[in-house]
Design a protein around this ligand. Structure first.
Ligand code: SF4
Length: 692
C-alpha cells in the first residue's frame, strides 16, 4: 500500500489479555496492516497473532452480514429484516419468562468484546430476563482466579503490572503457564528478565520453550499443583524462610495452614508429583530468598477440579514470604482472552454486579434498582457450566449467547450440543457461522473490535481504548448494527425503556455505579494526562491515578487469608481401559476457537490442523510414528488426529491444543467441575491411544 493514502488508528489487540497497543493502517475503509505501538504492556513489541492475525478476519468474506432466522421446516437459515429478528427474539424470551419464570432464561457475554458491550448484556439479562443467570467465558478459564484471589486477598485480579514483574526481578516462579505461546509479549519480557540474570522456576508437566531457560523445571504430574504448593510451604516453614512480621501483621489462618502442610514433606510430595525432592527444596529457597520474585500462573493452575484451591495456594506461598503489595512481586494470573478481565469487572457473573458488587448484598441491589428503575433479582444466578446440564434437565429454556462458542471451547462437546439442542429458543450474536451459531434459532450479526468504540481491560487491570477503524455499514453487502444498539433495541422490545447511548456514555454509567471504575471515562483515557497509558483499576475518582500495585498497605479483604487445603487427586485418573492422561492447551499461532486467527492464511499455513503430543515410549508401545494418524478416545468420545512424537510430555501423558474443530480435544475432556468456581477439569482426563 502507499503510505500517503492511508491513516492509522491506535487501538488494543483483540487476542490475548496482554493488551498490546498497535496502529491499524486503514486504506479506503479497509485495514491493510497492523504496526506495533509503544504501549504500557508491550513497549513496541507484538507477537505473530497480533501482528498478522488482527485484521483479515474483519474483512473475511464469510462474516455474517445480516440477521438470520432458522426455518423450522427446512432447518436452513434465512435472511430476515432487523425488525423481524428483534421482534422474534424479544417476544420468544418474554413468552418463556411468562411461562417458566425468569430463571428459565440465561445470557452469556463475550469476553472478546468491549467493556461497554458486556455491561449492556448483563444489564439486559438482569433488567429484562429478570435473572442473575449471566456469565462469561472466564468460567472456563480463570474463574478459579476470580474466586481464589478474592477469597484470599479480597480482589480476584493480577496484583502487579506486567512491566513490574518482568523487569529487574531476581526470580520468577512460573506455574502452569506457557507465556511464549499464550501471552507471547509477556513471554518475551520474561525471556529478557532471565537474560539479565533472573532465576526462573518453571512448574509445568510439559517441556515449554522457557523451561530450557529455567534454573529448575519441576515437570510435575498433571493435577498435583496443590500437593506441590503444600510441599513448597512445608519447606518455607521448616527452613525458616517465611516473613514472620508480614504473617503476623497482614494475614490470618497461619496456625491451621502450618498444621496442614506439616505432612507435605519434600519426599512425600516428590513421590506424588513425580519430581525430585532436592529440586523442590531448591525452588522454595530460590523463591523465598529472592528480593523481587513474582508468581506468574495461568490455566495450568486454574483448569482443575481443585482449581480454586490451586489459586489460593499461590496466594499462600506469596503471603508466607511477604511478597505482596510491593514491586516485582505479587500473584499474577495471566488472563486469557483480551477482555476476560473486563467481562468479570463488568458484572457478567451470576454472583456479582459490575465491580464485584455482590448480588447477595441488599445495599448493592438497592443501588442498582434505584439507578436502573426496575425491581432486580436477589438470588445468585447459575454459572455458565451449570447452564448446560440445566438445559438438558429442562430448567433452562432460553439462552442468549453473545460471541462465545461453547461447542468448541467447553469440556465434553457431546453434552454441550445436547444442551443447546434441548433449548426452546436459542439466540447467538456473532461475527461468523461458528459451530455454536449453527445450532441457534436466530443469529444477530455482530461487529468486530475494529468497527466500534470502547475499552478493553487487560490482564493487569489496565483499561485501554478500542477505537473504530473501519465502517462496514458502508458496504452494501452488510446490514449490521452496533452490538450495543442491538441489545438496547432488544431491551426496549422486552419492555425495559433503555435510551440509546454511545460507548462513552455507557462507560460513564459504569463509573457512576462502580466505585473501582469511578475515575474512568473515555474522555480521560483519551486525554493528555493519561497519554495512552490507560488506567488501572481501582481508580476511584477523576483525580485518582489508578492502582498499578494492589494490596500495598492492606489487602482488599483486610487481612490476607492463609487458606489451608489438602491435595485432592483429579476426578478422572488413568486406568486399564483409559491408561493415558490428556492435557489441553494453546499454541502460538491461534487464539481460542481460531475464529479470528483461522482467517489469516499465513497462520493457517503454519498450524492449520489438530495434533497430539505423545511421548516416544508410548508411541513405540502402540507402534505410532511421528506424523501418523491416531485415534484418541475417552469415556465421552473419540477423535482422529496426527501424532507428534517426542519427549515434551512424560510417558503416560499426552497434550492437545483446543483450537481446531477437526479432532477437537473437547470431545474428550471431562466436564467435572471445581466445587467453588465451577470450572471444568480441562487439564486432566483419561484417554486411550490407538493406531488407525
Ligand atoms: Fe496480541 Fe497478546 Fe500477541 Fe500482544 S501478546 S500482540 S495482546 S496476542
Amino acid at each position: 500500500y502507499r503510505v500517503w493514502e492511508t491513516h492509522k488508528v491506535r487501538t488494543t489487540c483483540p487476542h490475548c489479555a496482554t493488551g498490546c497497543q498497535f496502529d491499524l493502517v486503514v486504506k479506503d475503509n479497509k485495514i491493510v496492516d497492523c504496526l506495533a505501538a509503544d504501549g504500557p504492556s508491550n513497549k513496541g513489541l507484538l507477537c505473530v497473532k497480533g501482528r498478522s492475525g488482527s485484521f483479515d478476519f474483519v474483512h473475511a468474506d464469510d462474516r455474517i452480514k445480516y440477521p438470520l432466522i432458522k426455518n423450522k421446516k427446512t432447518g436452513e437459515f434465512e435472511r430476515a429484516s432487523w425488525d423481524e429478528a428483534l421482534d422474534l427474539v424479544a417476544s420468544k424470551f418474554m413468552e418463556i419468562k411468562k411461562q417458566y419464570g425468569s430463571d428459565s432464561l440465561a445470557g452469556f457475554a463475550c469476553s472478546r468484546s468491549p467493556n461497554e458491550d458486556i455491561y449492556m448484556v448483563q444489564k439486559m439479562v438482569r433488567t429484562c430476563f429478570g435473572t442473575n443467570n449471566t456469565d462469561n467465558c472466564a468460567r472456563v478459564c480463570h474463574s478459579a482466579s476470580v474466586a481464589g484471589l478474592a477469597m484470599t486477598l479480597g480482589s480476584g485480579a493480577m496484583t502487579n503490572p506486567i512491566g513490574d514483574i518482568t523487569k529487574d526481578v531476581d526470580a520468577i516462579l512460573l506455574v502452569g503457564s506457557n507465556p511464549e505461546e499464550a501471552h507471547p509479549v509477556v513471554g518475551m519480557q520474561i525471556r529478557q528478565a532471565v537474560a539479565k540474570g533472573a532465576k526462573l522456576i518453571v512448574v509445568d508437566p510439559r517441556d515449554i520453550d522457557l523451561s530450557k531457560k529455567a534454573t529448575i523445571h519441576l515437570k510435575l504430574k498433571p493435577g498435583t499443583n496443590v500437593a506441590f504448593a503444600n510441599g513448597i510451604m512445608h519447606i518455607l516453614i521448616r527452613d525458616g524462610l517465611v516473613d514472620e512480621k508480614f504473617i503476623k501483621e497482614r494475614t490470618e489462618g497461619y496456625e491451621e495452614l502450618a498444621e496442614i502442610v506439616k505432612e507435605y514433606t519434600p519426599e512425600k510430595v516428590a513421590k506424588e508429583c513425580h519430581i525430585d525432592a532436592d529440586d523442590l527444596v531448591k525452588a522454595a529457597h530460590i523463591y523465598a530468598e529472592a528480593d523481587k520474585a513474582p508468581i506468574i500462573y495461568c490455566l495450568g493452575v486454574t483448569e482443575h477440579s481443585q482449581g480454586t484451591e490451586g489459586v489460593m495456594s499461590m496466594s499462600n506461598i506469596a503471603m508466607l514470604c511477604g511478597k505482596l503489595g510491593k514491586s516485582g512481586c505479587g500473584v499474577n494470573p495471566l488472563r486469557g482472552q483480551n477482555n476476560v478481565q473486563g467481562a468479570c469487572d463488568m458484572g457478567a457473573q451470576p454472583t456479582d454486579f459490575p465491580g464485584y458488587q455482590k448480588v447477595a448484598n441488599p445495599d448493592v441491589i438497592k443501588k442498582f434498582e434505584d439507578a436502573w428503575g426496575v425491581k432486580l433479582p436477589t438470588e445468585v444466578g447459575i454459572h455458565a457450566t451449570d447452564v448446560f446440564p440445566a438445559a438438558i434437565e429442562g430448567k433452562i429454556k432460553g439462552l442468549y449467547i453473545y460471541g462465545e462458542d461453547p461447542v468448541v471451547t467447553d469440556a465434553d462437546t457431546t453434552h454441550i450440543i445436547k444442551a443447546l439442542k434441548s433449548l426452546d429458543f436459542f439466540v447467538v450474536q456473532e461475527l461468523f457461522m461458528t459451530e455454536t451459531a449453527q445450532l441457534a434459532d436466530v443469529i444477530l450479526p455482530g461487529m468486530s473490535y475494529a468497527e466500534k468504540e470502547g475499552t478493553f481491560s487487560n490482564t493487569e487491570r489496565r483499561v485501554q481504548r478500542v477505537r473504530k477503524a473501519v465502517d462496514l455499514t458502508k458496504n452494501p453487502e452488510f446490514d449490521i448494527r452496533l452490538d450495543t444498539d442491538i441489545i438496547i433495541d432488544l431491551m426496549n422490545r422486552m419492555g425495559y425503556p433503555q435510551k440509546h447511548m454511545t460507548a462513552a456514555e455507557i462507560m460513564d454509567e459504569v463509573a457512576s455505579l462502580t466505585p473501582s471504575f469511578a475515575g474512568i471515562s473515555h474522555e480521560r483515557l483519551d486525554s493528555e494526562e493519561v497519554a495512552g497509558q490507560g488506567l488501572q483499576w481501582p481508580c476511584t475518582s477523576k483525580e485518582h491515578p489508578g492502582t498499578p500495585i494492589m494490596h500495598v498497605d492492606r489487602f482488599s479483604r483486610g487481612l490476607g487469608w492463609l487458606y489451608p487445603t489438602t491435595y485432592k487427586p483429579s476426578k478422572e485418573l488413568p486406568d486399564e481401559e483409559y491408561p493415558t492422561i490428556l492435557m489441553t492447551g494453546r499454541i502460538l499461532y491461534h487464539y481460542t476457537t481460531r475464529a479470528m486467527t483461522g482467517r489469516t492464511p499465513g497462520l493457517m499455513e503454519i498450524e492449520g490442523k489438530s495434533f497430539i503430543e505423545i511421548n516416544e515410549q508410548d508411541a513405540a508401545r502402540i507402534g505410532i510414528k511421528n506424523g501418523e494418524r491416531i485415534k484418541v478416545s475417552s469415556r465421552r468420545g473419540s477423535v482422529e488426529t496426527t501424532a507428534r512424537v517426542g519427549d515434551k510430555v512424560s510417558p503416560g501423558e499426552t497434550w492437545m491444543p483446543f483450537h481446531f474443530p477437526d479432532g477437537n480435544c473437547n470431545w474428550l475432556t471431562n466436564a467435572a467441575l471445581d466445587p467453588i468456581c465451577r470450572i471444568p477439569e480441562y487439564k486432566v482426563c483419561a484417554v486411550k491411544l490407538e493406531k488407525i
